[in-house]
Ligand binder design. Structure first.
Ligand code: OGA
Ligand code: MN
Length: 292
């Protein structure tokens, strides 16, 4: 951890400690189950732009309260994998190896590098994940700073991706997981719902105006306009660079943690754990804008 800072907006002051990787910071002294006043929400919004991964520990949030908190940052986005939705609160995505609360059990939901739902035309700006029950060791989540990754690309690669789009789709990812037996069978018709969409490889953050790499091994199918080998080579180079150690924050979960991340300028990846332990999380997802 670095130094204690105070992020001040209007009337509100947040107690915030930046981690050694400036991608992430921890906020202290908040109880997210309460109805927070607008000044505090503004201060959190400002901090979130500065630190795209915010950690708030020691929370006990019902689905209702988690959704109410998430709703302060924008409209909610419901996930298309319906069997993973909370049966009573379908805006909550349940990531649980025990199928807690009646959703389908899912092992290692996001155990590959991705930003959430980049396979939709309008991907989410942020996600808010609450750890309800976590293993005592392992099962960490890794986050990568895609702004820093973009800024440290060599000039030739920056020019190579300038103005170029990549194609994203969930179909290939789901097919792989279905074939591995970790997702229920779907018909071709259901699979066809996951269309292909096209986004800039380097997107400009609509609020900070900073550029960030916006391709990920989870959902990016190929670079638009390149033959297969060139496309794979370029994506492999971008992925390898993006997950260099200096861009990574590793989060070790404690029960009660809330992490909110900005999907427009970060990627994340779940890591393995001993499946005899329960690992259950609730995620709320916030709508974004079309990447440009
Ligand atoms: C997610 C996700 C990773 C994890 O909630 O979007 O990818 O470690 N989670 O559970
Ligand atoms: Mn995810």
């Amino acid at each position: 951890m670095k130094s204690m800072e105070q992020a001040r907006t209007g009337e509100a002051t947040l107690d915030l400690v930046a981690f050694s990787n400036p991608l992430a910071a921890e906020i202290f002294g908040l109880d997210l189950s309460l109805q927070l006043n607008e000044n505090i929400i503004c201060a959190i919004r400002d901090a979130w732009l500065q630190y795209p991964v915010l950690v708030i520990r020691g929370q006990t949030l019902t689905p209702e309260r988690q959704l109410a908190f998430a709703g302060r940052f924008g409209a909610l986005q419901r996930h298309t994998v319906t069997e993973l939705l909370h049966p009573e609160y379908p805006d909550i995505l349940v990531l649980s190896n025990t199928g807690r609360g009646g959703a389908a059990p899912s092992d290692n939901g996001g155990a590959y590098w991705h930003s959430d739902i980049t396979y939709e035309d309008i991907p989410p700006m942020g996600s808010i994940l609450h750890g309800l029950k976590v293993p005592p060791t392992d099962g960490d989540t890794l986050f990568a700073d895609m702004t820093a990754a973009y800024e440290t690309l060599d000039q030739a690669t920056k020019s190579q991706i300038d103005g170029v789009n990549a194609i994203h789709s969930y179909r290939h990812r789901y097919q792989t997981m279905m074939d591995a037996g970790v997702r229920p069978q779907k018909t071709n018709e259901e699979m066809a719902r996951w269309i292909e969409v096209s986004h800039p490889i380097a997107r400009t953050h609509p609020e900070t105006q900073k550029k960030a790499i916006y391709v990920n091994e989870g959902f990016t199918a190929r670079v638009d306009g390149l033959v297969a080998e060139e496309s794979s080579a370029l994506l492999a180079k971008l992925y390898a660079h993006s997950i260099s150690d200096q861009f990574i924050y590793r989060h070790h979960w404690q029960t009660g943690d809330v992490i909110m991340w900005d999907n427009r300028c970060t990627m994340h990846c779940a890591t393995p754990y001993d499946p005899s332990y329960e690992r259950s999380m609730h995620r709320a997802t916030i709508r974004g804008s079309r990447p440009i």
